[in-house]
Design a protein around this ligand. Structure first.
Ligand code: IMP
Ligand code: MG
Length: 177
């Protein structure tokens, strides 16, 4: 029912590449006095955030974002987000860490809410990109893998709260009951 799409090794290697890109692009912009604020979006980015953070070589501070959609569907506009206190974000470079960008609605709303806190910049680092379903004009600044229009689970990502614990990213195949 679940086919391995990206192995643990493939993910780890790409996370190292992303960490090098992120570290290089912020090294001249951040300092101990003004660290990069790295913000994984819960729950899906728990593992990606943890792995990415441990590979970064720049001063940083960890804060969490939370995105939730009401009900079972993914109806556009039904999404709420929780962000840290604006005082923590003002005058800092912010990096949103997201598991996957699909329609783009989640990061679009997150970025808009964060911009309102007067940061120095807001960028997005996404492990997966599913460009086929984009409905708003937004792209992640740092991207791990581009995938086709397919539903994936594991490495933090779920189907109705299942499969988050898988160490790899799997493709869900049709299941006929
Ligand atoms: P967007 O708002 O449509 O870009 O959706 C982003 C969010 O939907 C991600 O943060 C995931 O939580 C979830 N999502 C989108 N595609 C998948 C998938 O293939 N598997 C699991 N979750 C997904
Ligand atoms: Mg998510």
């Amino acid at each position: 029912m679940i086919k391995v799409l990206l192995s643990e090794e493939a993910i780890a290697q790409q996370v190292r590449v992303l960490a090098r890109e992120v570290s290089a692009s912020y090294s001249a912009l951040v300092s101990i006095a003004r660290p990069l604020v790295v913000m994984p979006v819960l729950k899906g980015s728990l593992f990606f955030g943890a792995d990415l953070l441990r590979q970064l070589t720049i001063p940083l501070r960890l804060e969490f974002l939370r995105a939730s959609s009401y009900g079972l569907g993914t109806v556009s506009g039904a999404l709420t987000s929780e962000i840290p206190d604006a005082a923590l974000l003002q005058d800092h470079h912010l990096l949103v860490v997201e598991d996957i960008v699909d329609t783009g609605q989640t990061i679009f709303k997150m970025v808009a809410a964060l911009e309102a806190c007067h940061p120095l910049s807001v960028k997005v680092c996404a492990l997966l990109d599913k460009p086929a379903r984009r409905s708003v004009p937004i792209e992640a600044d740092f991207r791990g893998f581009t995938i086709a229009d397919q539903f994936v689970v594991g490495y933090g990502m779920d189907l109705a709260e299942r499969y988050r614990e898988l160490p790899y990213i799997g493709e869900l195949e049709e299941c006929n009951f």
